[in-house]
Design a protein around this ligand. Sequence first.
Ligand code: ACO
Length: 312
Amino acid sequence: MNAGILGIAKYVPETVVTNVDLEKRMDTSDEWIRTRTGIEQRRIAEKSIDTSDMAYFAAKQAIENANLTAEDIDMILVATVTPDQPFPSVACMLQDKLGAKKVAAMDISAACAGFMYGMVTAKQFIETGTYKHVLVVGVEKLSKITDWNDRNTAVLFGDGAGAAVLGPVSGDRGILSFELGSDGSGGKHLYQTEEDVIFMNGREVFKFAVRQMGESSVNVIEKAGLKKEDVDFLVPHQANIRIMESARERLNLPIEKMSKTVHKYGNTSAASIPISIVEELEEGKINDDDVIVMVGFGGGLTWGAIALRWGR
Ligand code: ACO
């Protein structure tokens, strides 16, 4: 029995900040941002909406989409590096907001690979029969740790949330294989400073990301006993279109088989993969029995990839 996705949903804040808006705030240009990153706009949460609120909006809808209620959830995992506060965890706040049972709840800190870490953790509890329904949320309010005077980073990030309920699925659907990894020696390239803003050595992160996205994607395909041509859809972490393209080329996939939402939302870290899946489902691009490969990388450094056959 495999664990798979029973229901999934997203939440993005209403406020749209375009590249042209940023031109007015810092020394940058729409042209630079588009050509170097593929980003055209991002969503920024209002002050009154914190990480746990976005997590709640997405989670509530995901539970509904799974045809379940909060009572049915046996564990809550929240992947985030921008919690409301260091503790209590966003997962505990979410347990309360949802009115869920007093179940195991914890945050996962794996930056942009966080949703992959969350899904793989959920899989262990489900496939051992320990828990039936695990809620996994990827959520970030990166705007609160963005240095709005640093054009190197400020143009890249956005806020949002994606949530999925994982549980047992039928036949050969669900998670087929995964890979998780870390390299703490690269932590110096991407971190939150003492001033509580993001520092990034863009070139180093870029080189690491290009290598890791391609390698991890190939590894999960092989581990699942599949070939590149069996992959129907690639959902890469939406950090930069050039990094995403390199992963797509490594898998020899045509452009229409890769999810692209980075132009609309920027890099939403742990939320980017679930947000992208929701958008592709809405557009009918992911269908039952499709093999999808999800792959992410982030600060830590961390990475994670999953091959999954879609459907309940
Ligand atoms: N507007 C205009 N110019 C800019 C901007 C900007 N917003 N930002 C940087 N520049 C300038 C730089 O100062 C540099 O100028 P210089 O040559 O005079 O020094 C020039 O543009 C080129 O800089 P590069 O670093 O060569 O630009 P590059 O093509 O590498 O693109 C980028 C930079 C987009 C940051 C790229 O390196 C990248 O995407 N890196 C990976 C980022 C990433 O994926 N982060 C994921 C984080 S995951 C997580 O855990 C949150």
